[in-house]
Ligand binder design. Structure first.
Ligand code: GLU
Length: 497
């Protein structure tokens, strides 16, 4: 039966529990966002746990990046790494004794057992099962060893794994995104929860922590769907041995994210790297909005919304189970909408680190630079998809004169012989100007180039634009010249000649 309240009246506790390997990626951030929005929508708690039990793949650097990304996105957590809480520690590497304790309890209760099969023995039996068309999972051979058999294997020096004794029944659960799902008993065999070297596996550590941290709702990627029946079996076992409060969380498996060519977006795809978006000048507001659209929508008419609006409207049962496609152009367009929604002073403030990263500002921003940025930001505010585009459009104002360069392709197109003749006329007209204002500059250039040389405005102003801003895409020309100032404008025009 679908529980229409979703929460059964219990306060919601949702979680995000990534493993710190490599760079945080888009799929991960989408999972974090949905889980966070679900918790916030229901006025619940959000837990941020880090699943770092694989020392060969996990790194401290990745851990730090995860924390940075969550903070940058503004997905705050009530309990978890860095902030602590009543059920800590929140890094699995610091909880090894907890897992060992639960494994021992499962063994003592007869819910798990030691299995001594060697890798070769397992492989041989698996091959045989396959050849005979039987399921090729664990065949349960060591389920009911006698104490003598066990002693004999130990005398041989074999190190056992611990396997969970899977009750023989079908597993049905009501996924909040996908509806009822059943795994037949024949497809879920006894599985390893602790390796021969004593190392607990994800299938154990994840439900142990969810149980002890009181997680009521597990939102995660579709790739983990097949581990769900095993985890549900573990929750039922935990109820018998007193781990957690005896309940099983509800599950919601979020759709795959596809990249170009309809392939599943992989961690290694460049467009998957979340920090790349920050470095390229996406706003957290814009990126969150776009990530929300990977499986969900606020309504049919509207693509652009704030995270507060998302929290207000978020309904996990309305998430689309079909794969979502990641579309970079749309992501940029939505980001541009969010840039336009910000007040200009806020855009100015957010541009500063990007000017610093581009080497145009030092650690300290001078009063002169700040004033120029304040005057220039309104010129580009409406024209960018991401903040780094503003840096490129405004570079000509902030660059040291010795470092100013003109884009070669644009120069080849605009500053040929004809273009240089235009620049020459512009230089003369502007050199004679007393009053260096946008209006006076515009009047002088129109008189000399459009009326004087009889050129269409596009042909008249293109060469001037490339000569003084270095590129074809720039803020409006007359304003740009005013901000650049008489001396630098004239010297750049004459440099072309
Ligand atoms: N550490 C697991 C992962 O990153 C968590 C999966 C889950 O949410 O259960 O895939």
């Amino acid at each position: 039966m679908t529980d229409t309240t979703l929460t059964g009246g219990k306060p919601v506790v949702a979680r995000f529990c990534p493993s710190p390997t490599g760079n945080p990626h888009v799929g991960m951030a989408r999972t974090a966002l949905f889980s966070w929005a679900f918790a916030r929508h229901h006025g619940g708690r959000f837990v941020f746990r880090v699943e770092d039990t694989d020392a060969s793949r996990d790194s401290e650097e990745s851990y730090q990046l995860l924390v940075d990304v969550m903070r940058w996105l503004g997905l705050d957590w009530d309990e978890g790494v860095e902030v602590g809480g009543p059920n800590g520690p929140y890094r699995q590497s610091e909880r090894m004794d907890v897992y060992a304790d639960v494994a021992r309890k499962l063994l003592d209760a007869g819910l798990a057992y030691k299995a001594y099969d060697t890798a070769e023995e397992l492989e041989e039996r698996r091959e045989k099962a396959r050849a005979e068309g039987r399921p090729s999972g664990y065949d349960g051979l060591h389920r009911d060893l006698t104490p003598e058999q066990r002693a004999a294997y130990e005398a041989e020096g074999r190190q056992p794994v611990i396997r969970f004794k899977m009750p023989e029944k079908d597993w049905t659960f009501d996924d909040l995104v996908r509806g009822p799902i059943t795994f037949g008993a024949e497809n879920v065999q006894d599985f390893v929860i602790v390796r021969a070297n004593g190392h607990p596996l994800y299938t154990l550590t994840n439900p142990v922590d969810d149980a002890l941290m009181g997680i009521t709702h597990v939102l995660r990627g579709e790739d983990l769907l097949s581990s769900t029946p095993r985890q549900i079996a573990l929750y039922e076992a935990f109820a018998e041995i007193g781990v957690g409060d005896g309940s099983t969380p509800r599950f919601a498996h979020l759709p795959y994210v596809l990249g170009s060519g309809n392939r599943k977006l992989s961690k290694r795809d460049p467009e998957s790297n979340l920090l790349g978006y920050r470095d390229e000048g996406f706003l957290p507001e814009g990126l969150l909005n776009y990530l929300a659209l990977l499986g969900w929508s606020i309504d049919a008419e509207r693509d652009v919304f704030t995270v507060a609006e998302m929290v207000e409207a978020f309904d996990i049962t309305r998430v689309n189970p079909n794969p979502a496609r990641f579309d970079l152009a749309k992501c940029e367009a939505i980001n541009g909408d969010h840039v336009r929604l910000l007040p200009t002073e806020e855009v100015e403030r957010r541009l500063v680190p990007y000017f610093q990263a581009a080497g145009l500002f030092g650690d300290e921003v001078s009063g002169e630079q700040a004033a120029l940025l304040a005057a220039a930001t309104p010129l580009v505010h409406e024209r960018m998809g991401k903040l780094t585009e503003a840096v490129e459009m405004l570079r000509f104002l902030f660059v040291d004169e010795a470092d100013f360069t003109v884009d070669e392709t644009d120069a080849a197109k605009q500053l040929d012989e004809k273009g240089r003749a235009v620049v020459k006329a512009a230089h003369e007209a502007l050199g004679a100007l007393d009053d260096w204002t946008t209006e006076a500059i515009e009047a002088a250039l129109r008189a000399s180039l459009v009326d004087g040389l009889g050129l269409k405005p596009r042909l008249a102003f293109g060469p001037v634009r490339v000569a003084v801003t270095g590129r074809r895409v720039s803020p409006p020309l007359f304003e740009s010249l005013e901000l650049l100032g008489r001396e630098r404008s004239l010297s750049r025009l004459s440099a072309v000649l």
